[in-house]
Design a protein around this ligand. Structure first.
Ligand SMILES: [Zn+2]
Ligand SMILES: [Zn+2]
Length: 353
């Protein structure tokens, strides 16, 4: 299956505004009518904003992208779709299905990165430091390895196939394997390059996660041949995280994004952990990377709220005979690493919590 280049796009220098919008026909009609009859200056600012935006050009493709693009911009793709460098060959029906699912996960990722004020720019806009995705499917016997290198994230789109992904999850003895998990992990490598390497965070990173200059290929081979150390759960969020400091970072980063998104969603529905009748062991300030940080108390609250909620959701999953919703154990060392990731992100967004 030959991957094909997605689109030729003009060089860009600015990151546009994108948001989620409902793609419903009556709304399109209403907007068209309003555009014709009401001066933009006289309508409410939110509606004016809507009037100055168009649907992403990927709306009517298998990507089904429902994001918006500033109509003044030359690019017809939204900020998430602009990151695509290669998409699979859409002459193949499976590829259409896979790509659709991959894009849903990618929009969830990009929406979260934007909400965290993390830098999100395509390689077109910023060839040196930008981000790009190659969504590939294996060609003959040559496998596609999901991974990251120099701002390019390669994803094996067959991970969108439930059977393929579940087989891999079993073979790798993983409790959790999802598309959004892959994307959050790989983008963690990207942000390590941008936010930790060559920054004031590098020395403390090495103290907490280990020295990333350790032979990467040898570390992965050792992990594959011998498995993780028996006590990995005391220091890492996953067995794979024990293979190398870079993988530890990427796994911890992904986990931080899982928790932030999960808690954000819960709070968005008014679901709070405060009144839950649970016996979850709570974390304390001294478990954090920087217990004396002025906002450490808020982070402890954040962690504890999540674990209480996850405890209940696990019980709910068991009630339905499903695997645990949250199949992880977080040690005090991992809590400290999660706080480290939080501080790096806070630093990147200019100190706001
Ligand atoms: Zn789009
Ligand atoms: Zn990795």
């Amino acid at each position: 299956m030959q991957p094909r280049r997605s689109h030729e796009r003009p060089q860009r220098s600015a990151v546009g505004v994108a948001t989620v919008a409902l793609a419903v026909p009556w709304l399109d009609d209403a907007i068209t009518e309003l555009k014709a009859s009401v001066p933009i200056a006289e309508v409410a600012p939110a509606l004016a904003w809507l009037l100055t935006h168009s649907h992403c050009a990927n709306l009517d493709t298998p990507a089904g992208c429902n994001w918006l693009v500033d109509a003044a911009e030359a690019d017809t793709f939204c900020i998430a779709c602009r990151l695509n460098r290669t998409i699979p060959n859409l002459d193949d029906d499976d590829n259409k299905r896979y790509w659709s699912l991959v894009e849903i996960a990618k929009r969830r990722l990009v929406a979260q990165l934007l909400s965290l004020d993390l830098p999100v720019a395509s390689k077109d806009a910023d060839p040196e430091r930008g981000l790009a995705f190659d969504f590939l499917r294996k060609d003959g016997d040559k496998p596609v390895m999901t991974g990251h290198a120099n701002g390019v994230i390669t994803v094996n789109v067959e991970e969108a196939d439930d059977v393929v992904r579940e087989k891999s999850r079993n073979a790798m003895h993983e409790p959790y394997r999802t598309l959004v998990g892959h994307l959050r992990h790989e983008v963690g490598h990207y942000y390590w390059d941008r936010l930790v390497a060559d920054s004031r965070w590098l020395a403390p990173f090495r103290e907490l996660f280990g020295d990333e200059r350790a032979d990467y290929a040898a570390a992965l081979k050792r992990n594959y041949d011998e498995g993780p150390p028996a006590d990995w759960v005391d220091r890492h969020i996953s067995a794979y995280a024990a293979s190398h400091p870079w993988e530890d970072w990427a796994e911890t980063w992904a986990h931080y994004l899982h928790i932030v998104d999960g808690l954000d969603t819960a709070l968005g529905f008014g679901l709070s952990a405060i009144d839950l009748d649970t016996t979850v062991e709570r974390f304390a300030r001294e478990d954090l990377y920087a217990p004396d940080d002025s906002q450490a108390g808020g982070f402890v609250f954040f962690l504890n709220a999540w674990f209480e909620l996850a405890y209940v959701l696990n019980e709910l999953s068991r009630s339905m005979g499903q695997p645990d919703f949250y199949p992880f154990v977080v040690s005090r060392t991992v809590a400290s690493k999660l706080h480290f990731v939080h501080l790096v992100i806070r630093d990147a967004r200019g100190g706001a919590s």
